[in-house]
Design a binder for this molecule. Structure first.
Ligand code: BEZ
Length: 252
């Protein structure tokens, strides 16, 4: 990794972001997997939902760009490969492609969707959820302001793609999918600790661009600026998540 990139420590991820997989179960329900189906779990992370699909009797392949997360998934007995989601090379071999909380890290959405299309058999399904327009807007703005104040270009630091339903529908349709459902869902999400854990797991692309000696002060500033906005009356941190949930199909 380069110094500014995001990297994934499976133990840190599970501690600070275990809720991501727990909240992904409605997407599994939307997929309605059938035993024996061959399914690609795109952006599987440590495989928490891959395991659920396998337990339902599916033949699942986990795919993720992080070698550390794939090692963790394999240690847990899953079949998983390091794969760049923007350069998928599978060929007409899956009944469905499932994805949870991963597509917002892949800015070239058209390349992802084209690769998914190639990976699917005729009639195959593409079902998933990721950050939609307005996702983590408060956190994102605070991070962008913090880096800009230190002379860093916020656009270069910002790793996320959070489309509207209209924009994502257009990408799906252009690739030949029929969109069955697509919606934005406001989902304020309580965090397991304070915002520092969230920033450590998800904010690296911003924070690593700040000089290491200034980083603790920057994090203090971000936390204290966000505290009045993102904590509830009990002091629990609640992230301003917005999900884009969709289901699409290829013609037979
Ligand atoms: C998300 O799951 O929507 C998300 C998580 C971390 C950073 C950005 C988006």
């Amino acid at each position: 990794m380069t110094v500014a990139d995001q990297h994934w420590d499976p133990d840190r991820y599970r501690k600070n972001a275990g809720f991501v997989a727990e909240l992904g179960m409605p997407v599994v329900d939307l997929l309605a997997p059938r035993p024996g189906e061959r399914i690609l779990d795109l952006g599987c992370g440590d495989g928490a939902l891959t395991r659920k699909l396998a337990a339902l009797g599916c033949d699942v392949v986990g795919a993720d760009a992080s070698a550390d997360q794939i090692r963790k998934a394999r240690e847990e007995g899953l079949y998983a490969q390091v794969v760049d989601g923007q350069n998928l090379t599978f060929d007409a071999e899956f009944d469905a492609v499932f994805t949870n909380a991963a597509l917002h890290w892949m800015k070239d959405a058209a390349a992802v969707v084209a690769g998914v299309r190639r990976a699917l058999k005729p009639g195959g399904r593409f079902v998933g959820e990721f950050g939609g327009a307005g996702n983590v807007q408060t956190l994102r703005t605070a991070l962008r302001v913090a880096v800009a104040a230190r002379g860093v270009d916020p656009d270069a630091a910002d790793p996320w793609y959070f489309p509207t339903t209209e924009a994502y529908s257009a990408i799906l349709k252009n690739a030949g999918f029929v969109v069955k459902s697509i919606e934005l869902i406001d989902r304020p999400t309580p965090l397991p600790g304070d915002v520092d854990g969230w920033l450590a797991v998800f904010g690296e692309s911003f924070l690593n661009r700040i000089d290491a000696s200034d980083r603790p002060a920057a994090i203090d500033q971000i936390r204290e600026a966000l505290r009045p906005v993102l904590t509830d009356t009990d002091g629990v941190w609640v992230a301003d998540y917005v999900r884009l949930r969709f289901s699409a199909e290829l013609p037979q």
